[in-house]
Ligand binder design. Structure first.
Ligand code: SF4
Length: 366
């Protein structure tokens, strides 16, 4: 393998795969310079370094060049998702830094805090957030206020309007939250599916900042407690209000942050292979070579208009399959803030004109 790398690999951006003798993809990596990166793997110390252990297990290495480091990052992400190589922990390590609120699929959807996407394609995610512990505390208040369940996902659910033999429905709930009025009790057929779904809808509305009932109910209870001179209870209710307000504020900030990852991004590529990425809400929705003439510009304009013109869902939610790309783009622009100078808002013509003038300048300079 080393001889092949020394003979053939060039120092250009790209991705590479280490393959086991039976063809299993052991590891996918990306780099600004394929040759240097691969040679680094071969210099690693066995068995202390993971790199050296991978090389010892691998039977071959293959690589593909990319026009830029950014393109290599995107391709690496897609290849890791496709092959799920054993040695790739980078995505997991990235994801561990962030907390998400996961809204699980029916029956009886549950809102809870997770690290990164959990591979559940039916779930919706809200995030990324810092501070999983505070997030979980705030979410507990929301679940309590709306009566949503927070038990383990494999707890059997039985709705009051579900057709099951009554003997199959447990008489006692799985936890005390139903007894103390903090859960509607979908585990003991104490609520209908539509009533429960309505509470889930209210939770989403609350998170989207369009519904304040959980906070106003607590605030009224807090004022009533104060009037009755029950100061301890009033203080505890005030803490709940503060946690819920902070959750809602975090969501407002999150929506702004995700929404701000909406622009066209032009990346200078190797040997003039410049690319334009149309990014909306932290996901690349369209990618094409930078336009070099009026016809290509018109095509790009149409694609950009299509991406920015489409109606989107509630902006706090991120589908499971978009979580990793959102994290990648957020960390890319955080690590390379100057790259934001290469972005333009949904002003299609500006970007296309910039791309064309760059191509013209290059052509003039020969
Ligand atoms: S009362 Fe039942 S549904 Fe509600 S959290 Fe407890 S076990 Fe889950």
């Amino acid at each position: 393998m080393l001889a092949v790398v020394k003979r053939d690999a060039r120092n250009q951006p790209g991705t590479y795969r280490l393959l086991a003798p039976d063809g299993e993809v052991l590891y996918v990596g990306k780099t600004k310079g394929v040759r240097t990166r691969l040679l680094t793997h071969f210099r690693a110390e066995y068995p202390r370094d993971k790199s050296a252990r991978m090389i010892a297990e691998a039977g071959s290495v293959v690589w593909d060049y990319e026009p830029s480091e950014f393109a290599a990052c995107l391709t690496e992400l897609r290849l890791i998702k496709r092959w799920r190589p054993r040695y790739n922990v980078a995505m997991k390590r990235d994801a561990r830094h962030y907390a998400f609120i996961q809204l699980t699929a029916a029956p009886a959807p549950k809102l809870h805090v997770v690290r990164g996407a959990q591979g559940d394609d039916a779930a919706t995610y809200f995030g990324p957030f810092h501070g999983a512990v505070q997030l979980a505390a705030a979410l507990r208040e929301l679940n309590d206020a709306l009566g949503l369940r927070d038990c383990s996902l494999d707890t059997p659910m039985h709705f009051a309007d579900q057709e099951v033999p009554s003997a199959a429905v447990p008489r006692t709930p799985g936890c005390i939250r139903y007894e103390i009025g903090r859960c509607l009790g979908p585990c003991v057929a104490a609520t209908t599916r539509s009533d429960y779904d309505e509470r889930v809808r209210l939770a989403r509305e609350f998170l989207a900042g369009r519904h304040d009932a959980p906070i106003s109910v607590l605030r009224e209870a807090m004022e009533a407690s104060s009037e009755r001179l029950e100061f301890e209870r009033a203080a505890s209710l005030r803490d709940k209000v503060v946690r819920l307000e902070s959750l809602q504020n975090q969501f407002v900030r999150l929506r702004v942050a995700v929404e701000s990852l909406t622009f066209t991004y032009q990346v200078a590529g190797q040997d003039g292979d410049d690319r334009v990425y149309v990014i909306r809400r932290g996901r690349v929705r369209h990618e094409s070579p930078a336009p070099r003439n009026a016809r290509e510009r018109a095509l790009l304009d149409a694609s950009v208009a299509n991406v920015f013109g489409s109606v989107t869902r509630d902006s706090g939610a991120v589908p499971s399959h978009e979580v990793d790309e959102l994290l990648l783009l957020a960390s890319w622009f955080r690590a390379h803030p100057k790259e934001l100078e290469r972005t333009t808002g949904p002003g299609v013509a500006t970007l296309a004109q910039r791309a064309e003038s760059l191509s013209r300048r290059r052509a003039r300079s020969g």
